[in-house]
Design a protein around this ligand. Structure first.
Ligand SMILES: [Mn+2]
Length: 161
């Protein structure tokens, strides 16, 4: 990675290391491991990507993981514990957005709901049943609108928008 990251430096790209849960990866499962990796590569063009779905499985404390990543956090994925939209499961997104505000996070927040069984992605991440009662495109558009409002409201609530 120390060799490859020079290409990112030359192109002005920031490469993200995502900590994923133990069932999907064996190298970097936690923010602590991601931070150690990023520090070992030692480039301004490598950063950490944390994902609430994975953190819910691996971290002792999600806010503490966000604080640990601090200014090395450059991208953030949101999904609830069931991999539906934030607010559709039992992860505490208030404490997550508070932690993002605490570290003055200004990077992207990308939502990754995975709700459809089958296909390459569904098999790769073990979605064995459809996770919405209604899988129609119209309903998914409604969920997307819900998701956007939910996260915009959180950003406002914690002074990030
Ligand atoms: Mn992710």
């Amino acid at each position: 990675m120390r060799e490859i990251i020079r290409v990112a430096e030359d192109c002005g790209v920031t490469y993200c290391v995502e900590a994923v849960n133990r069932f999907e990866g064996c190298l970097i499962n936690t923010a602590k491991e991601a931070l150690a990796y990023v520090e070992a590569v030692d480039s301004l063009n490598i950063g950490i990507l944390l994902d609430t779905y994975h953190m819910n499985i691996e971290e002792d404390s999600i806010p503490a993981a966000i604080h640990l990543a601090g200014d090395r956090l450059v991208n953030f994925h949101t999904g609830d514990n069931n991999r539906r939209c934030p607010g559709r499961g039992h992860i505490n997104f208030d404490e997550i957005f508070q932690a993002l505000a605490d570290i003055h996070y200004t990077g992207r927040i990308v939502s990754e709901p995975f709700v459809a069984k089958g296909g390459e992605v569904g098999k790769d991440i073990f979605v064995w049943r459809d996770l919405e009662e209604d899988m129609s495109p119209e309903y998914r558009d409604k969920e997307a609108a819900y998701l956007l409002k939910y996260e915009q409201d959180m950003l406002k609530k914690y002074g990030m928008a």
